[in-house]
Design a protein around this ligand. Structure first.
Ligand code: NAP
Length: 280
């Protein structure tokens, strides 16, 4: 029986682990399928306080893990497949092993949001991607599209601009949601282009088993065009990873803001920032 299990090993989970281990609660962190979370797929993190030159995302997460381990945090890999939070002790199942705990911190973060086109999943990994740092290498000197208008889209576009021949950001409005500093940088890069007021209606070519272009509609004129490209990176935000907790805790708008309806359960991090409407 554990005092505390933390599900998730991104910044929220590891911050909780550092505090809990220093409080001698002997936490166990269940790292999930992507140890270190989304920051392990990013490049330089410039808004991390105390790092004036920026810090490499994977290194930042490795350091956080080392810091948590230093105070006695234990780690196990693998995804959580089931929880029972209806009675105490709570149980958490991962890779066939069921663990018992008095308290649980849910820090499962968020995953890339998809547009929702049937072709998207069929062509995922075949020219369609949600991670430029993971897959950008395959598009050296090629033409790529990036869907979205936030910081993620521009970060992907800027990363890809160093590899691809040209990058076209397809955004549904005529102004970006991204921060001004990211906009200034992206606008200054010659091989990044923008298609404004444009939505992606379909991805081609499922029959060939590889992405060859996108059917794009201008929402103001109604005109459509097929923009040929070798790859497309979907960067339209994230959705919270809550599926395994459905029916176990009340996931209403206050889930992260106040004490959970299950005493002993708390949530934090991107899980709260994306869709659960709580403070992070
Ligand atoms: P975001 O800020 O929510 O932006 C999502 C973008 O995708 C928006 O431009 C949105 O359009 C568009 N979009 C959403 N759903 C769409 C759909 N179905 N079809 C087409 N377009 C769609 O998400 P994010 O860019 O992932 O950023 C999330 C948070 O992380 C933000 O707070 C961001 O500042 C932060 N972040 C920071 C950095 C950095 O500082 N380097 C890097 C990445 C992320 P609308 O604008 O029309 O809503």
């Amino acid at each position: 029986m554990r005092k505390l299990i933390i599900i998730g090993s991104g910044p929220a989970g590891l911050t909780a682990a550092i505090y809990a281990s220093r409080a001698q609660l002997n936490p166990l962190v269940l790292e999930g399928m992507e140890p270190g979370g989304q920051l392990t797929t990013t490049t330089v993190v410039e808004n991390w306080p105390g790092s004036p030159e920026g810090v490499d995302g994977p290194k930042l997460m490795a350091d956080m893990k080392a810091q948590a381990a230093r105070f006695g945090t234990e780690f196990k890999s693998g995804a959580v497949t089931a929880v029972n939070l209806l009675e105490k002790p709570f149980t958490v199942t991962r890779e066939g092993e069921t663990l018992q705990t008095e308290c649980l911190i849910i820090a499962t973060g968020a995953s890339a949001q998809l547009i929702g086109l049937p072709a998207e999943k069929k062509l995922m990994g075949r020219g369609v991607s949600t991670c430029a740092t993971c897959d950008g290498f395959f598009f050296k000197k090629k033409e790529v599209l990036v869907a979205g208008g936030g910081d993620s889209a521009l970060e992907e576009a800027m990363y890809l601009s160093n590899l691809a021949a040209s990058v076209t950001v397809v955004h549904r409005r005529n102004e970006l949601r991204a921060s001004k500093i990211m906009q200034q940088r992206a606008f200054a890069i010659d091989n990044i282009h923008f298609l404004w007021d444009s939505v992606i209606e379909d991805l081609q070519d499922v029959d060939k088993g590889t992405f060859t272009g996108a059917l794009i509609r201008n929402v103001k004129t109604g005109e459509t065009q097929v923009k040929t490209a070798d790859g497309i990176f979907i960067a339209i935000g994230h959705k919270p990873n809550t599926a395994v907790f459905k029916g176990q805790v009340e996931m209403d708008a206050n889930f992260c803001r106040r004490r959970c309806n299950r005493p002993g359960v708390q949530a934090g991090g991107d899980l709260c920032g994306h869709g659960l409407h709580g403070s992070t």
